[in-house]
Design a protein around this ligand. Sequence first.
Ligand SMILES: [Fe+2]
Length: 298
Amino acid sequence: MEIGDWRATAELGEVYRAARELGLETNIAELEAFGFTIVEPEKAAPAGFTDRMLEAVLALEAREAPEVVDMMNRPQAERPVYGRSLFRLPAKDAVFAEACISPVALTLAKYMTGASNHIYNSAALLKRGRAGVTRMHCDSVGFPPPLPPYGATCNASWILTDYTRETGTFFLVPGSHRYCRQPGPMDLPEVMGGPNDDEIGIPLVARPGSLFVFSGNLWHGTYPKEDEALRVHCAIMYARNYVFPGESFADIPDAWVEQHGPEFARLVGRNAWQGYGDEGPNVMNLAKVQRATVTPSA
Ligand SMILES: [Fe+2]
C-alpha cells in the first residue's frame, strides 16, 4: 500500500517510506520478529566504505593510549569485554560521522528509536589473538527493569572482518528482545565464566562490510575467539530522545558538526532541548522534537 502523509504517524510514515526506498522492509520485519537483522554489504553502504572504516580504526588504535582503552589493563571487575575498545568515534574521524548518518543505518535506527533519536555511545571493538567470552547481556545497561517492550536503544554494528563462530562472533538469542529484562544467572548458569550455551543461542555469521542491527533488549554475548586473526566491528548505539547519552560530544568543534549536516548535529546532541538553566527550555528546540512526533514534516 501507499504510505501517505498521515498526521497520526507522521514520523513513522517518513521513516517507513525511506526504508521502502532503500529495500529495508524485510530487515524491519526481522527486527520486529527476532530483534536483529543483517544488512548485506552490497546494500549496507557504497563499495569501499567499510574499508575506510577499518583503516580509520587501525589508525585510531595506533594513536590512542592503550592504558585508556585496553580493557586488559584494567582489574577483572572493570573488564566487561576482551580486547581494545575505542570510544567516541564520531568525534575522531569523518568516516565514523558518515557511518552515523549513513542512510541504511540511520533509517533502521530511526525506525527503532524515533526520528528525534541521538547517539547513545559508540565503540570500535578490536580483538587480536585468542579471547574469552563476553557474557550474555542486553545493551540496555543501567536501565531500571522492566525494560520497555519497544527498543529504547538500538545497536548498529558495522562488521569489518569475518564474523564466524571460530572468530569469536556474537552469540544471539533470537526473539529475546520481547523478554524485556536482562538475563539473570538462572537463564544460563553455565555461561558464568564458561562457554556460551548453544541450546538457546545462535552465532551471528556475517561477511566484512555487513551491518548488524539489533534491539537494545536483545540478549547477546560472544563466543570464545579461537584463532589468531584480527576481529573488529564498530558499534554505533542510537537511543530515544529521552535517554541520557553515555558519551558526550559537547567538545566537538562546530565546524565538524556543520560539515556533517543537521542530522549529525541532532545525533551528537546539538540543539537538544534538555539541559536548560534558569532561562527555561529553548522552545524552538523543544518544538523540533514535538514535530518529530505529532505533525507531518513539510
Ligand atoms: Fe552488548
